[in-house]
Design a protein around this ligand. Structure first.
Ligand code: GLV
Length: 370
């Protein structure tokens, strides 16, 4: 019989919560689909919960950790990104937090690829043409044409899990691949992809011999037909290689006027004012975004300008929103299952109670031997 732990979830994460209830946990769930106010999270934490389940919408900082300093033992985030959680504050209060990496890697990578295809082949405008009854004839180039993806060059900005998964998909489309990562380069993976590309060419599967290489940020931006963003959000002061507004007026101007930008990482990596200007003034051909500086996207966002609507696809932070990815209770398949398992690991002292050995804990550095 496990101790009766008390957990507050800021959002319903589905069936996985029953895994906790079945273990005798008391589980309190914020019932609304919108995020709870921070004051409510603080009240719940103060009331003596052991575990807090959060989404990327909840600001978790010193105020929350202070409220939990007597009893809160873990924050379990249902997302791979955790820029809403102040890591330095968590470490100061010695509260571990977990995330749900890996299980959403393929879903997020494929979504980036689908956005890229939708943008390049003008699927939104094409469907509007049909639905609005403006499809008056078949014509070789009227009213507009799109651009092929196959055989083009893509820059993958960020070669962590999701960037690498996208590389794999792009290789299947006979694309050439420029890689850039501000912090970490995986040369073994790139070498293996080049071997696959060479084999496809040698066996006549790909017409051209495709290539993949690491380059500087500037080269990646200048040479690519598509730029896809897969870096975490790191604000100045949080890292030696911050990513906040990495895409700004200056860097967007490096891109070819025929190139497209895709972002399903974190919104503030792109300066949206600059991007809207880049689209209005045709510095680049188009952009597809799934994430924004402010979410949900404000009604007065410059990205909503009707003048750029045909070249700017806007998705509702949806990349991981696939059934199994979001809700499966198996920690090796679903974010909900992995989130709950991360919480259980800490509360039930799995791995001999050694937090540094728990696979889903992010801030292991706060728990090393002192
Ligand atoms: C989604 O954006 C995530 O970080 O999981």
């Amino acid at each position: 019989m496990t101790e009766q732990f008390r957990v507050f979830a800021t959002c319903d994460i589905g069936e996985a919560l029953n895994l906790l209830r079945n273990r005798g946990y008391e589980v309190d769930v914020y019932p609304q689909p919108v995020a709870p106010p921070k004051s409510l999270i603080i009240d719940k934490v103060k009331s003596g919960i052991d575990g807090l389940i959060t989404t990327l919408r909840d600001p978790i900082d010193a105020e929350v950790f202070e409220a939990g300093k007597i009893r809160l033992k873990v924050v379990a985030q249902i997302a791979v990104g955790f820029d809403n959680i102040n890591r330095a504050d968590a470490n100061r209060y010695k509260i571990p937090f977990t995330h749900t990496a890996d299980v959403l890697t393929e879903a997020t990578a494929e979504f980036a690829f689908f956005m890229l295809g939708m943008l390049a082949r003008k699927m939104w405008s094409a469907e509007h043409l049909t639905r609005d009854n403006q499809w008056g004839y078949w014509h070789p180039y009227l009213p507009f044409l799109g651009d092929e993806v196959t055989g083009k060059t893509i820059a993958i900005i960020g070669t962590g899990r999701i960037g690498l998964a996208l590389i794999k998909k792009c290789a299947g489309f006979d694309m050439n691949i420029l890689c850039y990562d501000p912090a970490y380069e995986n040369h073994d993976y790139i070498k293996a992809i080049q071997e696959v590309m060479d084999l496809r060419h040698a066996r006549g599967i790909s017409k051209e011999r495709n290539w993949i290489k690491y380059v500087s940020f500037e080269e990646a931006m200048r040479q690519a037909d598509f730029v896809s963003v897969h870096v975490p959000l790191l604000r100045p002061g949080e890292s030696a290689t911050p990513t906040y507004h990495l895409f700004n007026e200056q860097t967007l101007k490096l891109m070819k006027p025929t190139a497209f930008l895709v972002n399903d990482s974190r919104g503030p990596v792109v300066d949206e004012e600059a991007l809207a200007l880049a689209l209005r003034e045709n510095w680049i051909a188009g952009a597809a975004l799934d994430v924004y500086e402010k979410e949900p996207l404000p009604a007065d966002s410059p990205l909503r300008d009707p003048a750029i609507a045909d070249r700017c696809r806007l998705m509702p932070h949806f990349a991981s929103a696939a059934r199994i990815t979001r809700l499966d209770t198996d920690p090796n398949k679903g974010m909900a299952g992995r989130c709950v398992q991360g919480l259980i690991d800490v509360l039930e002292s799995n791995y001999g109670g050694d937090i540094t050995k728990m696979p889903y804990v992010v801030n292991k550095e706060a728990f090393g031997k002192s």
